[in-house]
Design a protein around this ligand. Structure first.
Ligand SMILES: *[C@@H]1O[C@H](CO)[C@@H](O)[C@H](O)[C@H]1NC(C)=O
Length: 153
């Protein structure tokens, strides 16, 4: 079998290794799970059913004063008032505070030509990335594979 063209000679040992690891994990009484930082954990809440926290990024703001934010995507968040959609998804900005409900919606997605596009169920906030302190933020939606680049001071 070994050396047969088109076959992975490491396939069988790899599966044995995986099964062995699983078995060792299940049988080992010393295996415990732990949180990295229980005392300093911050908890933030979003709207029910919004999938708040589906994506997260840390963001350093420089102006008007230096401040750190946690950005959280919520791809099933309700549409903003006046938007011609029910669920668009959204982006939330949360200060790094102990308050759980101080996240605010970042208004990046207002206005749409409903003749040309529908924002219904676009999953805005499925990914969010920050360019770093003072830089840009990229928020993406799924179905149209568009990226909203938002400058957030
Ligand atoms: C929003 O929901 C209502 C009620 O389910 C539905 O009639 C309407 O078509 C929805 N709007 C959009 C833009 O999908």
């Amino acid at each position: 079998m070994a050396g047969t063209p088109g076959r992975d000679p490491w396939g069988a040992p790899r599966i044995c290794y995986l099964l062995g690891s699983l078995l060792a994990g299940l049988l080992s009484p010393g295996a415990v799970a732990f949180n990295l930082d229980v005392m300093g954990a911050l908890r933030k809440e979003g709207g029910p059913g919004s999938l708040f926290g589906f994506s997260v990024a840390l963001r350093g703001q420089l102006q008007p004063r230096p401040q750190s934010w946690l950005l959280a995507g919520a791809p099933q968040a309700l549409a903003l008032p006046g938007q011609q959609a029910n669920r668009t998804g959204g982006l939330f900005a949360c200060p790094l505070s102990l308050e759980e409900t101080d996240c605010s919606r970042v208004d990046i997605d207002r206005g749409a030509d409903v003749q040309k596009e529908s924002k219904e169920n676009q999953w805005l906030g499925v990914s969010v990335q920050s360019q770093g302190p003072g830089g840009k933020i990229v928020v993406s939606t799924t179905f149209f594979f568009t990226f909203n680049i938002y400058h957030f001071y």
